[in-house]
Design a protein around this ligand. Structure first.
Ligand SMILES: Nc1ncnc2c1ncn2[C@@H]1O[C@H](COP(=O)(O)OP(=O)(O)O)[C@@H](O)[C@H]1O
Ligand SMILES: O=c1ccn([C@@H]2O[C@H](COP(=O)(O)OP(=O)(O)O)[C@@H](O)[C@H]2O)c(=O)[nH]1
Length: 243
């Protein structure tokens, strides 16, 4: 039998809020949470250390609240609190599958979740706990994509993996342009030059400057996460050097 070894020892997995909503436009679908918990459990089972950053777009987004007339900073605070709620739901799903989980928030929330502490997070990851990082960066005007890249760099992850609704980065938004063509590999500079909108520019610049590889893949594709952990081609890889 051929022994399969994971290609990554430690990952930062970014799950968008919308992914948690499943087929609904908003809220949290318990079936989706259970499926994700099982997939994450498989990674923990093969010894991969898993940090997770959760989005909040299934509940609140600052920009959308601003468009509806709310103060932007208040809206962003609501968006960050939404990620805490998602984190509590995800922890519950993971722990029901006997996966030890810590939730760490960039905004202190004593008695509800732990305050983010890089050294404590690293120790927890080393002992096999899943760490869910919530409340984004703790600052308005940022996104959870940027928070994912920031936490991924801080915890020395081998890769930041963005789970989304599309199966990679295309030369145009595949949700709007059915003729869009997928890339297997791109450099950070190409993503910036071509203005490919899969992730915000702050996140891309941070990964480029710190040389943190990024992979974008389709979370709804069964087995895709495990496949890419074993180093197989899945979605799009974004790196520093041209290929
Ligand atoms: N060039 C592109 N390649 C892939 N996806 C793109 C591109 N431009 C825009 N997108 C969009 O970015 C989305 C992924 O971002 P995500 O953070 O998961 O969703 P949201 O923007 O709703 O928070 C995809 O659903 C896709 O519609
Ligand atoms: O560092 C951060 C991260 C998030 N947010 C707010 O939280 C919302 C939810 O995050 P995001 O839109 O990134 O979630 P996703 O699209 O991944 O579900 C954002 O719209 C922002 O309003 C913020 O203010 N600062």
């Amino acid at each position: 039998m051929v022994e399969r070894r994971p290609a990554y020892q430690r990952i930062l997995l970014k799950l968008s809020g919308e992914a948690l909503a499943g087929d609904a436009d908003m809220g949290i679908d318990p079936k989706v949470l259970s499926r994700m918990a099982l997939e994450i459990g498989q990674l923990v089972g093969i010894g991969v250390e898993v940090g997770i950053v959760l989005g909040g777009g299934n509940l609140f987004r600052g920009a959308a609240l601003q468009a509806a007339g709310l103060d932007r900073v208040a809206g962003d605070h609501m968006g960050m609190l939404a990620t805490v709620m998602n984190g509590l739901a995800m922890r519950d799903a993971l722990e029901r599958n006997n996966i030890k989980t810590r939730v760490m928030s960039a905004i202190p929330m004593s008695g509800v979740v732990d305050h983010y502490d890089r050294r404590a997070a690293t120790r927890a990851l080393q002992s096999g706990d899943v760490c869910i990082f919530v409340a984004g960066t703790g600052n308005p005007f940022f996104t959870t994509d940027t928070a994912a890249c920031l936490r991924g760099i801080e915890i020395n992850a081998n890769v930041v993996i963005k789970a989304t609704k599309v199966d990679g980065v295309y030369n145009a938004d595949p949700m709007k342009d059915p003729t869009a063509v997928k890339y297997d590999y791109l450099t950070f500079d190409e993503v910036l030059e071509k203005k490919l909108g899969v992730m915000d520019l702050t996140a891309i610049c941070l990964c480029r400057d710190q040389n943190m590889p990024l992979r974008v893949f389709d979370m709804n594709k069964q087995g895709a996460l495990l496949n890419l952990i074993f180093g197989h081609t899945e979605g799009t890889l974004i790196g520093k050097q041209p290929r």
